[in-house]
Ligand binder design. Structure first.
Ligand code: PEP
Ligand code: MN
Length: 360
């Protein structure tokens, strides 16, 4: 149950609600989220008690949410969550595009990607500096050096940074370099970690766990929300199934389903969702058609030489073609790609910088 409290309710009226809950032994939590004053109650009321409480003067609405997740639910917050990251609206009508290598590998690599993204009007660069690899013998990322490089490249070309935090101990180190913090698939159910991230003043890109059901994924968002985090983006990135022909099975249905269940924006990552370069463009188009609010894509200037996830990384030219193909699909569902929306408003081609201009 969630009680929405009227914004004009007096202290006395609110304390009447609290006394009523105390007297009737209903444990509750008082919260403010998205500008609403809420009282979240663990137990359900009988019809009679529900009628009594809904008549208390402070109560604007009483929402019976028969799901474990509450704050993440669309049942109490009917308007979709949007927020801004460096002036870019997340969850709005424009579909956000995030692209970049799986890992930051060198100054040359990340600057090449940043310059390219700027040239096509994309506003977000991704790249891991600390990588969660299956094998301890695989490239683990450049660490702090990688963070500095992606930040420097992003700043040189006016981009925002999406990068992963893989452990609680690294939050303080990584957060200052990130505009959006990525929680990877392997950490989606690391609840203590989620609680810590719930307190961080940076938006969170919450990847779906590779074995996670939709309700478990929404519960992970609930962990962030209960700690005060409001800027959360859900990201479908494929799940493990019996089929080993693909790296993961991209669950396209999850995109409209999470949007039916939650007010949070939903992005799609067809790179990890399939693990196969040739499938990335068709699955990107399918994600947009299914209502995705953003795409997260791995691209690399030379995928054959990539230190991680080269098989699923697009060549830069392929990514450019993807954007061209995605435009009419976005239009067909009443949306516009963020870079296309921007290019209508500003002539970003005049902003081009060369790598030489940016690297001293
Ligand atoms: C990544 O984005 O490079 C990554 C490791 O993602 P995921 O957690 O979805 O596997
Ligand atoms: Mn990757």
């Amino acid at each position: 149950m969630i009680l929405k409290i009227k914004s004009e309710a007096s202290d006395k009226e609110i304390s009447d609600v609290k006394s009523w809950l105390d007297t009737n032994y209903f444990p509750y939590q008082i919260l403010t989220r998205y500008g609403y004053s809420l009282i979240a109650i663990q137990k359900k009321f009988s019809a009679e008690l529900a009628d009594t409480i809904s008549r208390l003067p402070a109560v604007e609405d009483m929402i019976d949410i028969n799901k474990e997740y509450r704050l993440a639910s669309l049942s109490w917050k009917k308007e979709r969550t949007t927020f801004s990251v460096n002036g870019n609206l997340i969850g709005g009508n424009a579909i956000n595009i995030v692209a970049g290598p799986c890992s930051v590998e060198s100054e040359e690599q990340i600057f090449k990607v940043a310059q390219f993204l700027n040239s096509v009007g994309v506003k977000f660069i991704r790249g891991g500096a600390y990588k969660p690899r299956t094998s301890p013998y695989s490239f683990q990322g450049l660490g702090k050096e990688g963070l500095k490089l992606i930040r420097k490249a992003a700043d040189a070309f006016g981009l925002s940074v999406v990068t992963e935090v893989i452990d609680t101990s690294l939050i303080d180190e990584i957060a200052p370099y990130a505009d959006i913090i990525q929680v990877g698939s392997r950490n989606m159910q690391n609840f203590y970690f989620l609680k810590q991230l719930g307190k961080v003043d940076k938006p969170i890109l919450l990847k779906r766990g590779m074995y996670a059901r939709i309700d478990e994924w929404l519960m992970a968002a609930e962990y962030l929300l209960t700690e005060g985090q409001e800027k959360i983006i859900m990201c479908e990135r494929g799940v493990r199934t019996f089929d080993t022909t693909v790296r993961n099975t991209m669950d396209i249905a999850a995109i409209p389903l999470v949007k039916e269940l939650s007010h949070l924006p939903v992005w799609a990552d067809p790179s990890h969702g399939t693990g196969i370069r040739s499938l990335v463009t068709p699955l990107s188009l399918a994600s947009i058609a299914a209502g995705a609010d953003g795409l997260v894509l791995e691209i690399h200037p030379n995928p054959e030489e990539a230190l991680s996830d080269g098989m699923q990384s697009l060549y830069l030219e392929q990514f450019k073609e993807l954007l061209v193909k995605a435009n009419p699909v976005a239009a067909a569902v009443g949306r516009v790609l963020e870079n296309a929306a921007k290019s209508q408003n500003e002539n970003f081609s005049n902003n081009h910088k060369t790598i030489e201009e940016c690297v001293e």
